[in-house]
Design a protein around this ligand. Structure first.
Ligand code: GDP
Length: 299
């Protein structure tokens, strides 16, 4: 999976490697070098705020360590990026409440359904029982896909022919309580942050879940396609404002992803990255480790 992550981050990686080449080729550390680095970071979707922060850190390191060789900056940039991204690491609770209710949101095609399959596999491998709530009531196909998947893998799926998303998920939480299920994964329809009525609908889902269990949902995660690039921050902000997110799952980092966007998120809306998706298969889900991620960006 590391190879896949590395290959996927190639686009950003190439640009950042370009930065490394700039460092290697440059005779000395000067303003032209910082300018060139700024351009490289911006082209890697790092965003203006994070770019500024990284460059400020490099300037400080150069001063305090009296660095003269431009080649020393590559290591400094890696460390600065790792420091920037580390706050996005946040372990999940060791003994979550039961049922542990996780609400998943995201735009269409971000990878929610795939991620639900991956999370189910992960939690089952930890010996936890899982119940799925087919809360995407807009697309009948989504419900059927989830039901078929659940049947194949022996996972209970709570669905309704009619009934809105809130009703289905409410039911699922009640059912999980009655059955002593460990984890409820609640799917929801894909939506754009600009679709106000749909954003209101998912807020309602959250309110209704709390009626089934006042402490739920315990987690509200945005499934975010890594290819969203620069717009990722806007998306995270909009979903966070509507739902008070407790985590992100960043998918498709094995594709032509723009991994630099995580630096922008870390600076502008630091929601923990619970997992990253590095492929389409059920075990292509990894915890987010900043140092590993930076390593993959540069190699
Ligand atoms: P949803 O509309 O949010 O439920 O998205 P889906 O789960 O249906 O995923 C949309 C597409 O993205 C599918 O073709 C998935 O196989 C693909 N996909 C999801 N996660 C990943 C990932 O981490 N890597 C890759 N390469 N593809 C992914």
């Amino acid at each position: 999976w590391r190879t896949r992550l590395k290959a996927g981050l190639a686009r950003t990686g190439d640009r950042l490697k370009e930065a490394a080449n700039v460092f290697r080729a440059a005779p000395k550390i000067d303003e032209a070098l910082y300018e060139s680095l700024e351009g490289t970071l911006l082209a890697s979707d790092v965003g203006t705020a994070a770019t500024q922060r990284l460059i400020d850190e490099l300037r400080r390191a150069v001063k305090s360590k009296r660095l003269e060789e431009a080649s020393a900056l590559e290591g400094e940039l890696r460390s600065a990026l790792t420091r920037l991204l580390t706050p996005l690491e946040k372990p999940l609770p060791d003994s979550p409440p039961r049922p542990w209710v996780i609400l998943l949101a995201g735009v269409n095609g971000a990878g929610k359904t795939t991620t639900i399959a991956k999370l189910t596999r992960l939690f089952q491998s930890q010996g936890k029982s899982v119940l799925l709530a087919a809360g995407d009531t807009f697309r009948a196909a989504a419900r059927e896909q989830l039901m078929a998947w659940g049947e194949r893998h022996g996972v209970t799926v709570v669905a309704q022919d009619k009934g809105d998303s809130a009703a289905v998920i409410f039911d699922a939480v009640q059912s999980a309580k009655a059955k002593g299920i460990d984890v409820v994964l609640a799917d929801t329809a894909g939506r754009l942050p600009t679709q106000m009525h749909l954003m209101e609908e998912i807020r309602k889902v959250k309110r209704v879940i709390a009626k089934a269990d006042p402490s739920a949902p315990h987690e509200t995660w945005l499934v975010l396609d890594a290819n969203t690039g620069q717009n990722a921050v806007q998306q995270v902000k909009a979903f966070d404002e509507a739902l008070q997110l407790t985590g992100l799952i960043v998918t498709k980092l094995d594709g032509t992803a723009k991994g630099g966007a995580l630096a922008a998120i870390a600076t502008e809306r630091p929601i923990p990255v619970r997992f990253i998706g590095v492929g389409e298969k059920a075990d292509d889900l990894r915890p987010f480790v900043a140092a590993e991620f930076v390593e993959a960006l540069f190699s």
